[in-house]
Design a protein around this ligand. Sequence first.
Ligand SMILES: Cc1ncc(COP(=O)(O)O)c(C=O)c1O
Length: 425
Amino acid sequence: MTDLFARMEKDQGPLGQHLKRAHGYFSFPKLEGELGSRMKFRGKEKIVWSLNNYLGLVNHPEVRKADAEAAAKYGLGNPMGARMMSGNTDLHEELEAKLAKFVSREDSMVLNFGYQGVMSCIDALVSRHDIIVYDGEAHACLIDGIRLHIGYSYKYKHNDIADCEKQLQRATKMAEKTGGGILVITEGVYGMSGTQGKLKEITALKKKYAFRLLIDDAHGFGALGATGAGADEEQGCQAEVDLYFSTFVKSMGSIGAFIAGPKSIINFLRYNVRSQIFAKSLPLAVVEGMLKRLAMMQATTAFKDKLWHNVNRLQNGLKERGFDIGDTNSPVTPVYLKGDLPEATGMVMDIRENYNIFCSVVVFPVIPKGQIIFRLIPTAAHSDEDTDITLRAFEEAKKKLDSGAYHADDIPDMSEVGLGQKGES
Ligand SMILES: Cc1ncc(COP(=O)(O)O)c(C=O)c1O
């Protein structure tokens, strides 16, 4: 027998193992001050590239005013209860109708959280006889939704359409045996690499195979497409994407999410998505704030235009300086470098402490050993100056990385926890 707690104390997990050295610096850092491109970290101003505030709306004065007025009018608890029981309102329905129209669908359903919401939608959409075919790099919330499925699920190699077709063939054979249907799940934009899901190619497979398609467009909504309606608008295949999911936590700078599609199916979801039936509805203050954001996005493309000005300035600047930014075709800007954990931490610290730039870094075990990915998120809130300072910093830091200046035998102890515990170990 094992005591569960003893096991967890011994093994804190793949990321948790770094807690003692990393907590508060590399993980769980505290950014302070007004949300935007300049915030404070450990008391010093940094240029921040790690907020998915694509359109810069989160701290826009009109949005802040609308949020504050809505919170004053309704409080944060209103309405009480789940939508189905006592938590439905005209404003929730108005938001659903407007979101549906914006993404060119018949209807939509608001979800109180994106992660649990889409997990639970997947759970509701498939029965034990159905088969799920999904992209190998799908977001954790999609994977968790697929884990809830007790029938078959087949993974295809990330954005590999030939493999997607192969898995569809397997799924079709299996569905003929079980009598079920097929749900394909992909993303509009992959949040780590910035590459768009190949929606056009996947929807083209509908000519050969019978399936329904669900996309998670968390990073595309607001940022892609002529009107900002997302990756499927950009790729010209909205009519073939059966269900469109996105969250309010990125371009909309708030909380909550929605799923849009045919009216009959959205009604089915309203009555069958467990994470909504058995959970409190989205607060009215959030719903009213969302209506304001949507109206602003529809009134002008200025936010999206500013975003893309900054995306192009940053991505072109990096490419001109010889950086590998992969195949991104969205605002998400990865910078691929070679090095191990000590080099990665040395470079992050140099960039953060000496150049005052705060961005996320991804290393082993999230990606293979020997690779470092810096991930920059340009937004409409950044200025040309922010970008130019950052480009110069990356240029200098890359020279140091290449010359071995960041080489170290171990990673430094930057943790608030670690600092507090010095001398103990
Ligand atoms: C691709 C993707 N899907 C879903 C989610 C979860 O959404 P939420 O934060 O609204 O729970 C995220 C992260 O926010 C995401 O990046």
